[in-house]
Design a protein around this ligand. Structure first.
Ligand SMILES: C[S@@+](CC[C@H](N)C(=O)[O-])C[C@H]1O[C@@H](n2cnc3c(N)ncnc32)[C@H](O)[C@@H]1O
Length: 325
């Protein structure tokens, strides 16, 4: 569906919805921001909670998500003030200010439900190794480099680091080498080509039993194409600025690299620096900065077994929440 599409086929089961709404602690008239509008599932539930008199700002870098969220919220009986913005996290401050809204220090809640939506995964945008599609992988298809272009232009060393750092792929060096060999003769611009490369670079005996051998490579390349980890840091900093004292921040992440950034950002904002590698969290070092957050979830919450049974995507969800001081 394009931005001008005519049906909200983006509909997607919002992950850990009850936990989000409880921890956001929303009341009628509250003003909230959803940084990852997606299919609008969380935004719609937040809108129902804040009701008339409330405000929902919904942001996404994917124009299809903005269209789907707009459509979904227009169906609500009790319309709230709605601001929809196509922006990535790092551009959100500028985008809101350009629209004449300086919301700094005024919001009651902020939500991030990170990663890709099921709509994006269901393609045909190259996010999935399950089908043969053009290798694009951009959440925002109007800007930046596609995965095919990245595979064509990155050096062997850059590809190795992407696969190692974002995919935690043991065979990063072999896969990077194979990409560079293959692109000498043909442009790698289909998902099936990348799958073949990974399958030929990883010894058969080392293929994981519980997931496809290309899972880690696809994740790594997607994260590089969308600059996902740096985006999270920028988004969290801005979300903290937007909240008023007592406002709540809730973040759901889907893999350990994302969760580590959220945890460290929360700790730093709570006035505690992460301990050096290998030290226990109890050894967290106090920081001199004035704390701006109180951490609510000492450990991340996980989805209930009931939710995972209905929505497998919830299996790897980790939710952290904090309150602005
Ligand atoms: C998991 S989906 C959100 C689903 C949504 N909570 C719902 O209930 O339908 C994540 C969304 O975040 C968007 N997204 C991810 N990273 C982003 C970023 N850095 N800036 C803006 N949007 C981003 C994606 O385009 C995707 O639509």
């Amino acid at each position: 569906m394009s931005a001008g599409g005519n049906s909200p086929s983006f509909v997607h089961q919002p992950v850990m919805l009850t936990e989000c709404l409880d921890l956001l602690n929303l009341h009628e008239g509250a003003r909230v921001i959803d940084f990852t509008a997606g299919g609008g599932g969380h935004s719609a539930a937040m809108a129902q909670r804040v009701a008339q008199g409330g405000m929902v700002v919904a942001i996404d870098r994917d124009e299809d998500a903005i269209a789907a969220t707009s459509q979904r919220l227009s169906l609500l009986q009790d319309p709230v003030e709605l601001k929809l913005l196509k922006s990535d996290f790092s551009g959100a401050r500028r985008a809101l200010l350009a629209g004449g809204a300086d919301l700094t220090g005024t919001l009651d809640g902020a939500l991030f439900d990170l990663g890709v939506s099921s709509y994006q995964l269901d393609g045909p945008r190259g996010f999935s190794f399950m089908r043969d599609e053009p290798l694009d992988m951009r959440m925002d298809r109007t800007t930046g480099q596609s995965a095919a272009d990245l595979l064509q232009t990155a050096s062997n060393d850059e590809l190795f680091k992407i696969l190692r750092d974002f995919g935690e792929e043991r065979f990063a060096a072999a896969i990077a080498r194979r990409i560079v060999e293959r692109r000498r003769t043909v442009k790698i611009d289909r998902t099936s080509q990348l799958v073949d490369i990974v399958m030929s670079a990883v010894p058969r005996a080392a293929w994981p039993k519980d997931k496809h051998v290309a899972t880690r490579s696809f994740q790594a390349i997607r994260m590089a194409v969308n600059n996902e980890l740096a985006q999270i840091e920028a988004g969290l900093d801005y979300a903290i600025d937007l909240l008023k004292p007592g406002g709540r921040l809730v973040v759901i992440s889907f893999h350990s690299l994302e969760d580590r950034i959220v945890k460290q950002r929360f700790l730093a904002a709570a006035g505690r620096a992460p301990s050096p590698p290998g030290r226990s969290p109890a050894a967290m070092l106090p920081r001199n900065d004035v704390p701006v957050l109180r951490i609510i979830t000492r450990k991340p919450l996980e989805a209930s077994a009931e939710e995972v049974a209905i929505n497998p995507r919830a299996r790897s969800a980790r939710l952290r929440a904090a309150e602005k001081l």
